[in-house]
Design a protein around this ligand. Sequence first.
Ligand SMILES: NC(=O)c1ccc[n+]([C@@H]2O[C@H](COP(=O)([O-])OP(=O)(O)OC[C@H]3O[C@@H](n4cnc5c(N)ncnc54)[C@H](O)[C@@H]3O)[C@@H](O)[C@H]2O)c1
Ligand SMILES: [Zn+2]
Length: 357
Amino acid sequence: MNSQVAGNSRVLVGSGLLSELGARVLGSLPQRPRCALIADENVNRLYAAAAVESLRGAGINSQTFTLPAGERSKSLAHVGAICDQMSRAGLDRTSFVVALGGGVIGDLAGFIASVYHRGIPWVNVPTTVLAQVDSCIGGKTGLNTAAGKNLIGSFHQPALVVADVDTLQTLPRREWNEGFAEVIKHGIIRDAALFESLPKAAELEPANARDLVPLIRRNIEIKAAIVAADERESTGERALLNFGHTVGHAIETAAGYGEMLHGEAISLGIVAASDLSTRKAGLPDDERRAIVAMLNAFQLPTQLPRGISRDKIKEALRFDKKFERGEIRFVVTPKIGSAYVATDVTFADLEHAIDSL
Ligand SMILES: NC(=O)c1ccc[n+]([C@@H]2O[C@H](COP(=O)([O-])OP(=O)(O)OC[C@H]3O[C@@H](n4cnc5c(N)ncnc54)[C@H](O)[C@@H]3O)[C@@H](O)[C@H]2O)c1
Ligand SMILES: [Zn+2]
């Protein structure tokens, strides 16, 4: 097992790492004897005891704080409740936060760490495919509001990321599959060879999670390189990671948080972005079809489920933060393996892509 570096974070990916959590934390955050361990109810039941024991073995005292599973927990109300509980437990600015869970817990616990006592360090222990290949890198935290996804958030790099692939073995099939939407995205925007290799991964089951180690490392490398080129999203490079996300986020908002998993909504967003790419960026139609087929290979949705209103999606799009100053910046792919930000995509183009979903 080797370690990667992303921004200021050390990133460990491998098998058996959860039992080494305490020792690894000591290496990155010495002299911090207390932490808040934040998990959702599912992950708490499965992995909190092992994490607490490992931390205790390294002389670190942890208090566990639990939230309901799902996207709805990414709210200011939950942040307030957990911060109050942390204060009552006596955690202060010499403490740190451990996020144990998927992308929801990482986004929420990372946000808490960024504001608690004006910011304390945190360690991310991602336990979903999505969190290990994507959300654990880059230091973005986020909360949802009624108007849209991630409209509140901060940049706060974790001191350490510990991605134990063994934890992926307990993922339900649907949660396993959704993570590959972000993997497919990474292939489309940056790495055609990665994209070509994915049919092999589509044959894997959660029980074979250890076989994913090289794929997870490659995804971390891709995301870390893009983020390094544009840590605060100022040069435009980082925007490429939003491929599929403009429409995807609008679908999540329109469906109601928790109705679709993030990766499922992104799958539909990738279909819409690929459709727009054939019309605006010259993406060959056989490549567009290969993208849709790849999403299908991971049993991801490629057609809008009945019951999600297209009008609501369009309405949510108008509120999207990427339409600041009335300008639409939309990520397109001219060819699998590359992407750029187009400025000639109109709202009517977006409406057309949503109508074709
Ligand atoms: N910050 C970023 O850069 C970034 C990037 C991509 C996505 N995200 C965010 O990530 C979130 C989606 O993350 P997610 O898909 O991991 O969702 P999630 O955290 O809700 O996890 C999905 C489900 O899997 C369960 N679960 C987690 N680990 C498990 C395990 N090992 N075994 C069994 N069950 C387990 C959870 O309890 C939950 O029910 C979205 O809110 C999205 O906006 C953030
Ligand atoms: Zn995403």
